[in-house]
Write a protein that binds this ligand. Sequence first.
Ligand code: DAH
Length: 357
Amino acid sequence: MTLYLRKTSKSLNISLMLQAKIDSIRSEAESAFQAASTSRDLYELKVKFLGKTGSFQAVMKEMASLSVAEKPLAGKLVNEAKQALEALYQSCESALKTRELEEKLKSEVLDLTLPGVPAGRGAQHPVSLVTEEISMILSRMGYSIRTGPLVETDRNNFEGLNVPKDHPARDMQDTFYIDETHVLRTHTSPIQVRTFENEKPPLRIAAPGSVFRSDSDVSHSPNFHQIEGICVDRKVSMAELKGTITYFVGEFFGKGLKTRFRPSFFPFTEPSAEVDCQCAVCKGKGCRMCSDTGWVEIGGSGLIHPNVLSYSGLDPKEWQGFAFGFGIERMAIIKYGIDDIRLFSENNVRFLEQFSV
Ligand code: DAH
């Protein structure tokens, strides 16, 4: 190599200068690499010396003025230096990384004797608990569980239940209309229409679920839950209705709280009765929850109106039935002595936790 460089004095000069430059960059880089104290610093040095705009790039530019014969040789020198530095970088990097990992492991010692952070225990929502309990009781009484959609047709929610369009009885329920023909179901009673049109009597059906009304105060929430009970057979009377509800209420609340039936009106039942249960907050003495009456209404009931049966294709001369629809939050309020229906939907964990079993 040296011999070749000595061919002409001019090229000798340039090449020796170049070689000296390469050697000096190389040794400067070597000592810098070896002195680096972190892998990050080392990487920055690598960029500085070997990177695209690094020190060797300047040398490469100078090579442009060399003769054709000298260029390959000078190129070889640069490559050798770069390769050596690359190898040195690798070994310095792995040494630094090992040291850094050891330091990290030492500083992050895990103290297994420290007490743990307790994981919060989930609990079923009281509405789910009560829905499950009610469904279980009715199942034991021979009722099969059905569900239906929350967005219901006007036909199933009203018309099939003897509430024609523009009839004043529509005002009984503050309805959220989706469009001309669909509503957010205002009660679970549309399951009656669905059942009568899809199943053959005799039948006993219980249908729990979410319902919606444009209404909100201490005892009304725009979204609440109901359970619908439906019984259709050849001979069904108010006596069966009262017996069924009294037994059901006793199973759910225990035998202590009294119930009473008040004559009422629903377009889909005749006769109709409202079912009240003694208020558990005040045990019947009178309080905010029961508006000082001692009684809380849990829902409506009655004998299914012949128009409802015939609308869905059942012959009212052949079939009779009773139905009831109870508010699930209402029943939870009475059972647990809760004085504001809005607590159920406020997501207050301290309230909800009390129901964990
Ligand atoms: N659907 C009625 C309401 O939400 C409650 C009701 C009353 C349901 C009488 C019934 C019934 O099945 O027979 O106000």
